[in-house]
Design a protein around this ligand. Structure first.
Ligand code: PA5
Length: 395
């Protein structure tokens, strides 16, 4: 269950007229959203695809020591963030998945090659365009290792997730006959959680049915998602240009990276948008906490609270998790007193269904927010500029 409070530590700091004006645009915004051709992520996933994903996940588990997922941005963050949240900190017994392709570090790749030299591994290369540099370099280097190790059996070790028809990876699939999955045309990278780009790696260690059920349950949160978008936009009008996502579990730190990509790429264009950043508490209260409480008043915050924990640690007659949440409540009050608006999203527990519902909620909200800003939430022309520069430099 999810609860939202965009009121207590926010409303006294925003202009009511601005808020009501934005709220009154709901019909217009929903109309734009419903007419967008990039909302394939709201459509039901087919049962045939779910069967294929489960079967392929079993094939990977039963035949290899580990899976290497190669992808970046929207072709990586969703499943990585999810996986990090649900693994144990220590003594993790889940099937090993290595996420590569997010760096051009020679040290990283060299050590990865060394690590994989004694492993029987499978590659899942994920790229909608099929032409992303980091992904392609990592894929080429690891494929060479596979060729040296398995030569004629290469096909058994490679699974490609890419566009249905076009791009270099699709051409390779057609030429080589690799097992492949599709990222639909009407779904962009950061909205692709409900596609094989994320569901295949996740199907290996998690209950896919729960993931999917929770995700579509997020549809019920349309009103709250609009309210969140309105509140954020209203705060922007009040010169709050930075949103700090606060979590109280280290394992949620990549969930905030996913949020940063979602909001950063969806809203940050044509000179507008809220800059998304994040802190992990209580660690960062001892560093950035000073700036947030006392510094430049351009920040507002969204706190993600998890009410219950499965882990019981007692300290001075109190439950540690209760203390963690008590700190969260105190921090909201303190920051609010320093004129920092604080929004709160509460999960009754860190469950698969809650997290995937929340992901759907945030995706809806990012799209609504983009329309409220008057920009197109589903493209990312700014990212292309650097890619073009790199292509020119490499010529
Ligand atoms: O959200 C997006 O569209 C981007 O972050 C892409 O996912 C990222 O650039 C990777 O692109 P591709 O999947 O084409 O390799």
């Amino acid at each position: 269950m999810l609860k939202f409070d965009f009121n207590t530590y926010v409303k006294p700091l925003i202009n009511e007229n601005d808020y009501n004006n934005l709220l009154s645009r709901k019909e217009e915004i929903l109309d734009k959203f419903n007419h967008s051709i990039m909302t394939g992520w709201t459509k039901e996933i087919s049962s045939e695809l779910v069967i294929d994903l489960k079967r392929t996940a079993d094939y990977i588990k039963n035949n290899f020591d580990c899976l290497v997922v190669i992808g970046i941005g929207g072709s990586f963050l969703g499943s990585y963030a999810f996986d990090k949240m649900f693994r144990n900190y220590f003594n993790d017994s889940k099937f090993e998945i290595i996420y590569a392709g997010t760096t051009l570090s020679s040290k990283y790749l060299d050590e990865l090659l060394e690590y994989l030299s004694n492993k029987n591994f499978c590659l899942n290369v994920i790229s909608k365009s099929g032409s992303t540099m980091e992904t392609n370099i990592t894929y080429t280097v690891l494929k060479d290792l596979l060729k040296r190790k398995y030569n004629s059996e290469l096909n058994k070790h490679i699974i490609v997730t890419t566009d249905k028809e076009k791009g270099p990876l699709r051409e390779e699939v057609i030429a080589e006959g690799y097992k492949s999955f599709e990222i639909p045309n009407d779904i962009g990278g950061r909205y692709s959680f409900i596609t094989p780009a994320h569901l295949l790696p996740l199907a290996i260690n998690y209950d896919l049915d729960k993931i999917i059920k929770g995700y579509y349950r997020g549809k019920r949160l349309l009103d709250e998602a609009f309210e969140y978008a309105v509140t954020r936009n209203c705060l922007f009008k009040a010169n709050k240009y930075v949103e700090n996502f606060c979590v109280y579990e280290e394992n949620m730190s990549y969930f905030t990276e996913w949020l940063k990509q979602l909001f950063g790429e969806s809203e940050g264009k044509e000179g507008v948008g809220i800059y998304p950043t994040s802190t992990v508490h209580t660690r960062d209260l001892h560093s950035l906490g000073q700036f947030i409480q006392d510094g430049n008043k351009i920040i507002f915050e969204t706190f993600i609270k998890v009410t219950k924990s499965d882990n019981y640690i007692e300290y001075n007659g109190r439950e540690l998790h209760e203390i963690n949440n008590l700190v969260l409540d105190s921090v909201m009050r303190a920051h609010f007193s320093g004129k920092v608006p604080c929004l709160e999203i509460e999960l009754d527990e860190l469950s698969i269904e809650n997290i995937t519902s929340l992901m759907y909620f945030f995706m809806l909200s990012a799209a609504f927010s983009g329309y409220l800003f008057g920009i197109e939430p589903f493209d990312q022309p700014g990212v292309e500029v650097y890619k073009q520069e790199v292509r020119e430099s490499l010529k």
